[in-house]
Design a protein around this ligand. Structure first.
Ligand code: NAD
Ligand code: DAU
Length: 339
């Protein structure tokens, strides 16, 4: 079995490769990643010497590169994580998101069809459903919820999903799609909320809270996202969409308070800043289909998952420092002029 993982040098992709390399030593796993600002082979040192793992640098929207790669490698399965993934950046440079997330996905779908891939899995997000009101706590996203993306990032992910479904319907490509809630865990780039809180709290720096801080996210440990994709890749039905989530909602203020308490840092670090444009109010995923049809269940309890995560960032302070230097300083100054 030969598996192509794209975007495997990023947060979730690197966790997925580590999981798959160990779980399926008989699989040959090839990681294609452009190594953008947030991707690094540092995230894969644990597996880089394994005989069943290889890294190839390249961009998924580069059709000549992708076609040549597929022709040479004859992949059985493809899992596409490669993406521009940060909502704030999509508000500054939407075009970049369309190139990687839409054209890149189309390039992979085309090559998968042409070279007879037996399973193409598209890693998508709950953000394609837009948001839910804070007041209606019983409402959750199901696979039948309307596609109503808010940000350019979410639009690009929704477009990629629709393309993948069109390749299934029009050309018979065996496609599956997963839409997951917010992930947390090791190797997440510090532009994202949880590693940003940790990195700043450790240095007693102000922590930016957008708007009123009441926005709700549904958090899942990255290891549980990986096990869900594994399940869908092997047992999911072609043409189907599966929601992934752990029924674990927190408002941003609740989340930051919990982390600060565990780090023994004062809540006076919280600093309210201007709201994100178009900021989605609440995400909540109903994972019943995945649980019922494929028997998946998350293994992490949030309190434990977040403690393990805090420990990982504390034990890997150099990893974090490397990411906070250089370009990140200019990015931070542009997004958070108040701080
Ligand atoms: P990330 O930003 O940490 O990693 C993205 C990776 O893709 C990086 O290694 C980057 O170098 C690579 N990449 C970017 N553009 C590329 C291109 N043109 N060609 C090849 N590689 C390219 O993202 P992440 O948080 O690990 O997310 C991975 C996937 O999971 C994305 O598709 C994202 O939409 C989806 N997702 C993320 C979350 C989350 O909470 N982080 C939740 C649900 C779904
Ligand atoms: O729901 C899945 C999505 O989760 C993925 O598709 C995205 O790739 C991923 O980035 C994530 O999107 P969010 O926008 O929800 O994540 P982020 O970590 O950027 O923000 C989480 C919440 O915290 C959100 O309500 C915005 C808020 N926030 C974020 C930052 C960076 C702040 O209040 N302050 C901040 O500085």
């Amino acid at each position: 079995m030969k598996l192509l993982v794209t975007g495997g040098a990023g947060f979730i992709g690197s966790n997925f490769i580590q999981y798959m390399v160990k779980k399926y030593p008989q699989y040959e796993i090839v990681n294609v990643d452009a190594l953008t600002y947030c991707g690094s082979t540092d995230n894969l040192t644990a597996v880089e010497k394994n005989a069943n793992y290889r890294f190839v640098q390249g961009r998924i929207e580069d059709k000549a590169f992708i076609r040549a790669l597929f022709e040479r490698e004859a992949f059985d399965m493809v899992v596409n994580f490669a993406a521009e993934s940060h909502v704030d950046r999509s508000l500054e440079e939407p075009g970049k998101f369309l190139v990687t997330n839409v054209l890149g996905t189309e390039s992979l779908l085309e090559a998968s069809c042409r070279y007879g891939v037996k399973r193409y899995h598209q890693v998508s997000t709950d953000e394609v459903y837009g948001d839910l009101p804070l007041e209606a706590r019983a409402m959750r996203f199901t696979e039948e919820s309307p596609i109503r993306p808010s940000s350019p990032y979410a639009v690009s992910k929704a477009s990629a999903d629709l393309l993948a479904l069109a390749y299934h319907r029009s050309f018979g490509l065996p496609v599956t799609i997963s839409r997951c809630s917010n992930n947390y865990g090791p190797y997440q780039f510090p532009e994202k909320f949880i590693p940003l809180i940790i990195s700043r709290a450790e240095k007693n720096q102000k922590i930016p809270i957008y708007g009123d801080g009441q926005n709700v996210r549904d958090w899942l440990h990255v290891a549980d996202h990986c096990s869900a994709i594994d399940r869908i890749l092997h047992d999911g039905k072609p043409g189907e969409v599966y929601n992934i989530g752990g029924n674990n909602e927190y408002s941003n203020l609740e989340l930051v308070a919990l982390i600060l308490e565990k780090l023994k840092k004062p809540e006076s670090l919280l600093t309210f800043v201007g709201d994100r444009k178009g900021h989605d109010r609440r995400y909540a995923i109903d994972p019943a289909k995945l649980e019922r049809e494929l028997g998946w269940k998350p293994s992490y309890v949030f309190a434990q998952g977040i403690e393990d995560t805090l420990r990982w960032y504390q034990e890997n302070a150099q990893w974090m420092e490397k990411r906070l230097n250089g370009d990140f300083q200019a990015y931070f100054a542009a997004v958070y002029p108040e701080l």
